[in-house]
Design a protein around this ligand. Structure first.
Ligand SMILES: Nc1ncnc2c1ncn2[C@@H]1O[C@H](COP(=O)(O)OP(=O)(O)OP(=O)(O)O)[C@@H](O)[C@H]1O
Ligand SMILES: [Mg+2]
Length: 377
């Protein structure tokens, strides 16, 4: 029978392809039980639940242990690192996260991203912000698409300028219904191209988070640029506590897009909260439905990543027109089918977020009991 040390040593051969270190050094081997009958149970912690390289770990861990003398069976199971453990791992790998205290009053941070451009991330972000606000939540939107920012336009804040307040903090601009918005568009002129990359970009994004007076928010939604570029990587490092919502379209041929989204999710190491399928069919005023962009893509990706499908948003004229018109459709056209689907999606999101415990109710006066015991005479 191999000893604990021997099994651990064997597991040093299993390398995390993304982090490029072995799983023992990374502290991802969580539980190890070597039973007298030659069966070894091992639990490996992944950075995200929907980790597409899970199969890789499954096979390599199995092979590494099974090759040892005396082993007759290997059970590999998985769990997910907590935010604190992820943060510790980042520290070990020399990655930076935000200083303690930044965003202290922000309860939930949600990054809205996709593997591909033009699927409706920015429209979904703006409308989810509006829907969360309508549900009584305090909401901020950070436009992290520094090269193709669109949130100023979505909230009718185009041409706006961000200013510092007396505490030398940047004030977000306030859009409809009190939604706080920060975008690179408030710092540069429309025709000025943003060319930041690397360290400059990292610094700018860090400032958007650290030096902006976001105040108390229930949700900070972050509109990501498409794909796993510098911006997404930087944000996932700065915000290990953030969750990730993937926007996708229903195309069946979107297999490769779905795969790219899944790979992105794993690379970003953020927990995927769920999938939003956008452009899911077009319904005519007569009620006929046409699946213009196909069907099933959202469900497929949700199943692949083992996360919920939070909503399916149909294609509607209102969604496009009102986004371009500076007032999200959820506010300006609440009866629209896409608006309603977005309101439902926001509810799903709320139901997944940790809730504040209700204040302890005042003890009530004891009520008179309605039925009295029969008197035994
Ligand atoms: N459900 C929908 N119905 C109608 N039009 C939509 C819908 N979703 C998005 N659009 C339109 O599709 C276009 C692309 O949407 P949007 O800009 O939100 O996508 P994006 O993923 O943020 O794009 P990019 O990758 O360029 O940032 C916009 O013109 C938008 O108004
Ligand atoms: Mg966009």
């Amino acid at each position: 029978m191999p000893t604990n040390d021997q099994v651990t040593d064997a597991l040093r051969a299993v390398i995390d392809p993304e982090l490029r270190q072995d799983i023992v050094t990374l502290g991802m081997v969580r539980k190890l039980d070597i039973h007298a009958n030659g069966v070894v149970d091992v639990t490996v912690s992944l950075t995200t639940a929907g980790c597409p390289i899970r199969d890789h770990f499954q096979t390599s861990v199995y092979n590494a242990i099974n090759a040892l003398d005396g082993v007759v069976g290997v059970n590999v199971s998985f769990d997910v690192l907590s935010s604190d453990e992820k943060q510790a791992l980042r520290g070990k790998l020399g990655r930076k996260s935000l200083p303690e205290g930044a965003l202290a009053e922000v309860k939930n941070i949600i990054c809205v991203g996709s593997g591909k451009g033009g699927v409706g991330k920015s429209s979904v972000t703006a409308n989810l912000a509006a829907a969360l606000t309508a549900a009584g939540k305090q909401v901020g939107v950070m436009d992290a698409d520094v090269w193709g920012y669109s949130q100023p336009r979505m909230f009718g804040l185009g041409g706006g300028r961000a200013r510092a307040n007396e505490r030398r903090k940047i004030e977000p601009l306030v859009g409809p219904e009190g939604i706080k918005v920060v975008s690179i568009g408030f710092f540069v002129n429309e025709e000025q191209a943003v060319v930041w990359r690397g360290a400059m970009l990292h610094k700018a994004l860090q400032q958007f988070l650290e030096d902006v007076e976001w105040g108390a928010l229930d949700y900070l939604l972050i509109d990501l640029p498409p794909g796993t570029g510098d911006v997404s990587m930087t944000l996932s490092q700065l915000l290990p506590q953030a969750k990730f919502v993937i926007v996708t379209t229903p195309q069946a041929v979107a297999q490769s897009v779905a795969r790219r989204s899944a790979e992105m999710a794993a690379k970003l190491e953020l927990e995927v909260a769920g999938i939003v399928e956008n452009m899911a069919g077009f319904t005519t005023p007569d009620g006929d439905s046409y699946p213009i962009f196909g069907e099933g893509g959202g469900r497929m990706l949700a199943e692949e990543l083992e996360v919920p499908l939070l909503g399916q948003i149909p294609l509607t004229m209102a969604l496009r027109q009102h986004s371009d018109g500076g007032l999200p459709a959820v506010i300006s056209a609440p009866e629209d089918a896409a608006s309603q689907a977005l309101v439902a999606t926001a509810k799903q999101l709320i139901s997944l977020s940790p809730v504040d415990l209700p204040m302890m109710a005042e003890p009530e006066e004891p009520k008179p009991v309605g039925m009295s015991l029969p008197v035994i005479s």
